[in-house]
Design a protein around this ligand. Structure first.
Ligand SMILES: Cc1ncc(COP(=O)(O)O)c(C=O)c1O
Length: 348
């Protein structure tokens, strides 16, 4: 049973069917097609304002290209020290921006600490030629720690950014998981809280490969279209990416999928908690669980075929478990039962 990542899962049937439908007949290439236009309209409906929307096929490209518009080569993009753009994108943001630096900020549970951001900006040498110049803040929603920023936390960070004339980017690779079940609209979670650009994820939540870069003020998109083309991310048959996004956004499939993933994570976390042997590193608020279990239990689970990431190998027994849009309740319950049985085990 595989809890390694949401990336290990397949794709929603509705999305596969939409791709098959898009394969019939012909359509204009390079995003001039009707489906791609429809995605822009649908995203604008969901976010309650006219947006500029650019489909791409990886979250890394979405982030790096979005940030390249916000930050000049001599700029600084502030982010959490565990942000995906810092730890997992191989210098992509620096590459696409032509050299902008990432300014790393600490903060509990994967969230940027607003006071640390303010302190960093106050000491950043704004306007001084010797210093790289603060240009943007990037925050991840849901975070890399599986937590979700509250609306006032997003708004607070954006307010501080705005005070120093910085743009604000949201890495929403798991945006659906952050929005589902929270009683907030996508608009409230983003531009109404001060977000300028969103990397809106689809791949982890049921698409084959589809993300959208969403500029809430189309004027802010600037030369994004040229940057995307130059980066090799303007697909000739872009309609296949747009077909995925249309199906993802139709009938709230994106929210339905995320609700299931979140529900399975909550069930798994509760079950592990009941074993009495689990120590949670972060609150479980989306579809990722960071938990410590005794080594014999971990070894036993692995021997029984359960797959998960050992998060700090050799240093601790922290593991990451990720649920997804198609995680089966029975698999969650099997893991809980095995953990309960194995948690009593002691080293010989
Ligand atoms: C927080 C976050 N941002 C962005 C990405 C984008 O990833 P990819 O380039 O693999 O699509 C990921 C994927 O793991 C992620 O977890």
């Amino acid at each position: 049973v595989n809890f390694l990542s949401d990336n290990v899962r397949g794709a929603s049937p509705e999305i596969l069917e939409a791709v098959a439908r898009a394969a019939r007949g012909s359509a204009l290439p390079y995003g001039e097609d009707e489906l791609t236009r429809a995605v822009e309209r649908r995203v604008s409906d969901i976010f309650e304002r006219d947006c500029a929307v650019f489909p791409v096929v990886t979250g890394s490209a979405a982030n790096a290209l979005a940030l390249s518009v916000l930050a000049p080569p001599y700029g600084v993009v502030y982010c959490h020290e565990q942000a995906h753009i810092q730890t997992d994108e191989c210098g992509g943001p620096e590459f696409y921006s032509g050299g902008a630096k990432l300014g790393l900020l600490p903060g509990a549970h994967g969230k940027i600490d607003r006071d640390r951001l303010r302190a960093a900006l106050a000491g950043a040498g704004i306007g001084v030629v010797h210093f790289a110049q603060p240009a943007a803040v990037s925050l991840t929603q849901a975070t890399e720690a599986g937590t979700v920023y509250a609306q006032d936390e997003v708004a607070g960070i954006a307010e501080t950014a705005r005070e120093f004339r910085l743009a604000v980017h949201m890495d929403g690779a798991r945006f659906a998981n952050a929005v589902a079940d929270r009683g907030l609209t996508p608009a409230e979670t983003t531009w109404k809280s001060g977000i300028d650009v969103l990397s809106f994820g689809g791949t982890k939540n049921g698409c084959l490969a589809a993300e959208a870069v969403v500029f809430f003020d189309p004027a802010r998109a600037g030369d994004f279209a040229f940057r995307r083309k130059r980066a090799g991310h303007l697909l000739s048959k872009l309609r296949f990416v747009s077909a995925q996004l249309m199906a993802y956004l139709a009938d709230d499939l994106w929210l339905k999928n995320a609700r299931r993933a979140n529900r399975m994570a909550a069930r798994l976390a509760e079950g592990l908690d009941r074993t009495g042997a689990a120590t949670f590193r972060h609150p479980v608020e989306a579809n990722e669980i960071f938990v410590e279990l005794p080594e014999p239990a971990l070894a036993g689970l692995e021997a029984e075929g359960f797959q998960f990431h050992r998060w700090e190998p050799g240093q601790s027994t922290l593991i990451r478990l990720v649920t997804a849009f198609d995680t089966e309740e029975a698999d969650v319950d099997r893991l809980i039962a095995a953990a309960r049985r194995l948690a009593g085990t002691r080293d010989p």
